[in-house]
Write a protein that binds this ligand. Structure first.
Ligand SMILES: NC(=O)c1ccc[n+]([C@@H]2O[C@H](COP(=O)([O-])OP(=O)(O)OC[C@H]3O[C@@H](n4cnc5c(N)ncnc54)[C@H](OP(=O)(O)O)[C@@H]3O)[C@@H](O)[C@H]2O)c1
Length: 328
């Protein structure tokens, strides 16, 4: 059956402005870091993207190295775009990145012009696209001059291969410097992608202020702490979960967070929400945040995430109770 997007998809989703730009993002976006690789089930991937789009999610986030194997998530997404989304391209905001190790030798890692330009060409081929909407530098590079990395981002926009650029995991000082360099070249930095969730609050304070001052949007990744901030691990570690399958989340991390997770889950239940929904609402309380970038392994997890938008208000008392648990 050819895919026909749900006609009411824009009615309940919230769209938030990305910094001082002309772009709005769906308050929940979908990322492809896990579960979209070469060994994952294509029909499940296809169902997730369809469900996300039907719920009003317009933003899909990839990177050159997502898989495994690296590159395969972009290939999967390319297949889905070709099969279902050809006529919807202009309704989608697609991002990719380069900055982590992608191929052997000195030109497949970090932040050189050589790496970024070649990597984006490869990404476009894998996804079957002429351009991406956002191209990110995926992580700070301590050795390459920031002028070179930002110069490459500017050239990429001028070449038409990306409409906007972003940075990921840059600290407050390098964020300000990146913004200054890009602005001087006439290519504003659209967005910052940092990790942010109840268990990792590093952006609060300096980076938040840098985002406001530079007019950049913000899209936190791993908002559910890779699944810890959900009900996924309340009764053990399921065989099909990230903590069973991926090196990025270990059973030890699950064990050591459980007491806090149970206490946070009780607050969510009192609100009539799931913990995943409270975790998303808690992030969206920050005015600097444009969208929350979730990952998922099934369409129902995406439905859960989007349902968070039905109750975004968190009282002062609830915020204090959450702080107390997190400090404990
Ligand atoms: N810029 C960067 O350096 C960087 C780094 C990491 C990620 N990212 C981006 O951020 C995206 C999201 O990261 P993430 O996948 O770590 O995000 P996350 O939302 O914190 O974790 C996603 C995982 O949580 C579980 N989950 C999600 N919804 C659930 C629900 N309703 N109930 C129970 N479990 C649920 C699923 O785990 P199971 O698979 O176990 O079901 C899912 O795979 C990535 O895809 C990527 O686009 C960027």
């Amino acid at each position: 059956m050819p895919y026909q997007a749900c006609e009411t998809r824009y009615e309940s989703m919230l769209y938030r402005r990305c910094g001082k730009s002309g772009i709005k993002l769906s308050a929940v976006s979908l990322g492809f870091w896990h579960n979209f690789g070469g060994n994952d089930i294509f029909e499940n991937n296809r169902a997730m993207v369809r469900r996300a789009f039907d719920l009003g999610i317009t933003h899909f986030d990839l990177a050159n190295n997502y898989g495994p194997p690296a590159g395969s998530a972009e290939e999967t997404f390319g297949r889905i775009l070709k099969a279902d989304f050809k006529s919807y391209r202009d309704e989608m905001l697609i991002s990719t990145k380069a900055g982590w190790g992608m191929w052997s030798g000195p030109y497949g890692d970090f932040g050189s012009r050589k790496y970024l330009m070649a990597s984006l060409d490869q990404s476009l081929k894998r996804m079957g696209l002429n351009y991406v909407d956002i191209f990110y530098h995926h992580r700070p590079d301590p050795e390459t001059p920031l002028e070179e990395t930002m110069g490459a981002l500017d050239s990429i926009v001028r070449s038409g291969k990306a409409l906007y650029v972003g940075i990921s995991s840059y600290d407050a000082e390098s964020t300000r410097e990146a913004a200054r360099l890009l602005k001087a070249m006439g290519t504003p930095c659209l967005i910052h992608q940092p990790q942010y969730n109840m268990f990792n609050r590093w952006i609060e304070g300096d980076l938040q202020k840098a985002l406001t001052d530079t007019g950049m949007g913000c899209i936190p990744f791993s908002p559910l702490a890779q699944g810890l901030l959900t009900d996924r691990y309340l009764h053990g570690i399921p065989k099909d979960s990230r903590a069973s399958k991926s090196p990025f989340l270990t059973p030890t991390q699950v064990e050591s967070s459980l007491n806090k997770v149970r206490a946070l889950n009780a607050i969510a239940e009192k609100r009539g929400q799931k913990l995943s929904q409270l975790a998303i609402a808690w992030i969206l309380r920050l005015k600097e945040v444009t969208s929350v970038l979730i990952g998922a392994s099934s369409p129902s997890q995406i439905e859960d995430g989007v349902k968070a938008l039905e109750n975004l208000h968190i009282s002062k008392e609830e915020l204090e109770a959450i702080d107390l648990i997190l400090k404990g």
